[in-house]
Design a protein around this ligand. Sequence first.
Ligand code: ADP
Ligand code: MG
Length: 139
Amino acid sequence: MLKKHKTKNAQETKKLGSLFAKELNGTDIVALCGGLGAGKTVFAKGIAEGLGIKEEIVSPTFTILKQYAGKEKLYHFDLYRIEDEEELEHIGFYDYLGLDGICVIEWPENAENMPECIKVRLTGSGSDERTIEIEGINP
Ligand code: ADP
Ligand code: MG
């Protein structure tokens, strides 16, 4: 998969997420980086679609974690509201990484001890096109 992509709308970002998902294996960890409204959740919805998850994906901003089952298990985290490491330990965040499913993490910057992982960086906002850079897949 190319390292750098441009998408003109949410549908294209979702489609890219679903193609990206085909390259993932069992317990891969994916950090989704980018500001508010960059399209992290849209991309995560595409990943879920690519994994054959039929359930509707909702943003885990308020719940921090949403769990889904498709061809693989999917753990979708949003660490936006996390304030310290203690809170992460409390929800068992680090225990999910590499456990038995694919972990997709929005706002990974809020976890101090993120392991080496696949990074997807989304830039752009509003109705502008997005630049989506993928790093660390198929090492
Ligand atoms: P985040 O999770 O990064 O905060 P969301 O995925 O929730 O962002 O929201 C992205 C918003 O930007 C959506 O309302 C979406 O429709 C809009 N949008 C516009 N263009 C794009 C694009 N190219 N890719 C992704 N989202 C886009
Ligand atoms: Mg989001």
